[in-house]
Design a protein around this ligand. Structure first.
Ligand SMILES: [Fe+2]
Length: 363
């Protein structure tokens, strides 16, 4: 803008009108630029060292036509790892997101209303490594002899698929670090079988009460919810007494309030101080996932081993699942086929389970 120098998408200077026409000075000037690819309305960029970027991950929602999904974002003032760990933590559903009555609050859009979280607050945790990262099933006793299993994936390096609730709703969240102290949380819900109706898209898109602040040229104002420490995240004591355990108005704000107000490594920073944490049985998935990430980082540093998924985008073609089984039945065996993407099978969800009576039905 200052001298009218013009650059192309690769960062090369292609016009320098402030220099004599015969000058080749512009050939010596280059700015940093990253290659971008657009798919399904999302612009992906590659910031690594390779000449040719690796392929985009073959997430089901990313390969289907645009109308099958709804995508939105929230900025969060936390380190990205705190956000990710919230996605793969099952126990907090029974507390932070719990309701005090079966029907709960109007703000619980998208959550099931079966009250399962109310009964068994200490789920059995079964954790395993997968080709793409890690997976766990959290099993809650929901009635005599029956267990409700929520199967969740972590996919290298920033993606999480928690268990689906409706038969048409595959959920995924992922965390793009902005800096050490801020992360953009992305949300997608997709229907593998058909495009969503406008009403379905609207119902799936969980807007925060209070909306977002007005964005400016500061990137930290973009998609930033108005709920913040300064307004106590719209905490409502009456709601806490009568309605929902946290007194906070939506699932996203409940998570955000917890993740932004943890004990941090430095004043004003948002990196949680893990030297003062206490990991329990319910943290088995977090422990396994941290180990997996550290192993991948060390293998890359020490041996140049490329992490899973980078060169094998089809590893991402999975879905999460929910199954309700007799206690002792193997959830992995029952859920296995339902976790494969790009098939005609219905989403293995609460709703599908209920419709099928015991497990799920192909329709
Ligand atoms: Fe949560």
């Amino acid at each position: 803008m200052y001298h009218g120098w013009k650059y192309d998408a690769t960062g090369a200077c292609i016009d320098m009108p402030s220099e004599p026409a015969a000058s080749n000075f512009r050939d010596k000037v280059h700015i940093l630029a990253y290659p971008c690819v657009e798919r399904n309305g999302i612009v992906w960029t590659y910031m690594g060292p390779r000449e040719t970027p690796p392929p985009l991950p073959s997430f089901e929602w990313n390969m289907l036509p645009e109308g099958h999904s709804v995508i939105w974002r929230h900025l969060q003032a936390s380190n990205w790892m705190q956000g990710l760990e919230g996605n793969i933590d099952s126990s907090h559903l029974s507390f932070l997101h719990n309701r005090l009555t079966e029907d709960g609050s109007a703000n619980f859009t998208g959550q099931n209303d079966r009250g399962l979280y109310l009964r068994d607050k200490a789920p059995l945790m079964a954790v395993m490594d997968t080709d793409y990262g890690t997976m766990y099933a959290a099993g809650r006793l929901e009635a005599a002899g029956r267990r409700y299993w929520r199967v969740t994936h972590f996919l290298m390096p920033i993606y999480g698929m928690f268990a689906p609730i409706t038969a048409t709703d595959c959920p995924m969240q992922w965390w793009v670090p902005i800096d050490d102290d801020h992360v953009m949380k992305w949300e997608v819900r997709w229907n593998p079988a058909r495009p969503m109706t406008p009403e379905e898209r609207d119902a799936q898109w969980l807007r925060d009460p209070g909306g977002d602040i007005e964005p400016t040229s500061d990137p930290l104002t973009h998609h930033r919810p108005a709920a913040s420490p300064e307004n106590d995240y719209f905490f409502d004591q009456d709601a806490q007494l009568n309605n929902r355990m946290s007194g906070l108005p939506s699932v996203n704000i409940q998570d955000k309030a917890m993740l932004e107000t943890m004990v941090t490594t430095r004043p004003g920073g948002h990196v949680v101080d893990r030297t003062v944490e206490h990991l329990g049985t319910g943290d088995a998935m977090i422990i396994r996932t941290r180990r997996r990430l550290l192993e991948a980082a060390r293998a890359l540093r020490d041996h140049g081993t490329v992490p899973p998924g980078v060169d094998d985008p089809d590893l991402y073609a999975v879905r999460s699942a929910t199954v309700i089984l007799d206690d002792g039945e193997p959830w992995v065996e029952v859920a296995r086929e339902g976790m494969v993407a790009f098939t005609d099978r219905p989403v293995l969800s609460d709703e599908a389970n209920l419709r099928g009576g015991r497990r799920f039905v192909a329709e």
